[in-house]
Design a protein around this ligand. Structure first.
Ligand code: AKG
Ligand code: FE2
Length: 351
């Protein structure tokens, strides 16, 4: 089925909620408060790229009996069940995230400081963890409709004065331990599946590199014809693995065989994405999945994404790529963003 325009009654309802949101939005970055008023775009895009959203086509993988082959080879994404993360922790985390995001914009800017960082308008960070500059960018055509927190998990045990942020980081610490366990279990199973040397592969996943990105996608009421209707544009993750905990709103879409599929929110399941590093480690047997995030007309969405990378200095060797480290990859990505304006990615390392 193709996502269509909403029926008129629904649209009126949404428009009403839209104006309520506009009034209650001092926590949003300023450009997300006043909304462009032109027409179409998301819908136009859907006519060009229809989205399948009726069924849930995403392969399901049970952590207790990890059958990964098809999901990793053909999709590069799967839904993880029986993962052992307590449902209360998943919910608690999102509730805490909502509390942090509902602080006034200016407070978030001043309170969320090193080693945490606060960004908005772009998910692309510079190595220090700060967002690529979006300051004063309310007119930027390619602004992403998202704000977020970057949390390097290894640096979490530091003194935080603000009680909301302090209790959030305690929950994050607990969550980080679970996610490190999941990433290791899944990666070890992938190594076996791919027939890779387990000793050599060990350094290709380092839990000390784990970061969590917490996102809030404000509602986007208009169908502006700018790219601003996207929470996140089409991309692949640079990680080995990314593990997503999303709320009930939905909006994530993945590309398979040139078709877009919605990744429906299903309570207590996690979504595992394979990133560019995993594609290289597997010598292209596994796929780094292309995905994007659509914003909702009336509801804000919160998602929490864990990313894990190869250890510092760990060299990835394969037949399709020149040997490279994750740092080489990141340097290239930063350079490409500066020079061509986007991430070129693995192509740069092809043998
Ligand atoms: O929020 C989401 O659902 C996905 C976020 C994402 O793709 C990313 O952080 O790379
Ligand atoms: Fe992503």
């Amino acid at each position: 089925m193709i996502i269509n325009k909403q029926p008129p009654a629904q649209q009126e309802d949404d428009d009403l909620r839209c104006s309520e949101k506009k009034m209650a939005s001092e926590s949003y970055p300023p450009p997300f408060r006043s909304l462009p008023d032109s027409t179409q775009a998301v819908d136009l895009d859907d006519q060009v790229n229809p989205v399948h959203d009726s069924e849930d086509p995403i392969p399901v993988v049970d952590l207790q009996s990890l059958k990964l082959g098809e999901a990793c080879e053909f999709w590069g994404i799967f839904r993880l069940v029986n993962h052992g993360v307590p449902p209360t922790l998943l919910t608690q985390l999102r509730e805490h995230a909502k509390m942090v995001f509902s602080l006034p914009f200016e407070s978030k800017q001043s309170l969320i400081t090193n080693p945490l960082s606060y960004f908005w308008g772009t998910p692309a960070l510079i190595p220090s963890g700060a967002a690529l500059s979006t300051k004063g960018s309310s007119t930027l055509p390619n602004i992403n409709w998202v704000e977020g927190l970057n949390v390097p998990l290894a640096q979490l045990s530091f003194q935080i004065d603000n009680p909301i942020i302090a209790s959030f980081s305690l929950v994050l610490e607990e969550y980080g331990k679970h996610l490190a366990r999941l990433a290791t279990t899944i990666f070890d199973a992938m190594v076996i599946n791919l027939g890779l040397d387990p000793i050599e592969s060990k350094s290709h996943l380092s839990n000390s590199t784990g970061i969590v990105r917490v996102y809030r996608y404000p509602p986007h009421c208009s169908n502006s014809s700018s790219a601003s209707a996207w929470g996140m544009g089409v991309h692949t993750d640079s990680s080995v693995l990314s593990i997503l905990n999303q709320d009930e709103v939905g909006g994530l879409e993945v590309l398979k065989d040139n078709e877009w599929f919605s990744v429906n929110p299903i309570p207590n399941t996690l979504i595992v994405n394979l990133g560019d590093m995993m594609q290289a480690i597997s010598d292209d047997k596994y796929k780094s999945v292309k995905h994007r995030v659509k914003v909702n007309r009336s509801k804000e969405r919160v998602s929490i994404c864990y990313f894990v990378f190869p250890g510092e200095g760990s060299v990835i060797r394969s037949s399709n790529y020149k040997p490279f480290t994750y740092r080489d990859f990141q340097d290239e990505v930063q350079q490409d963003i500066k020079s061509v304006g986007y991430k070129v990615g693995l192509e740069r390392f092809q043998a």
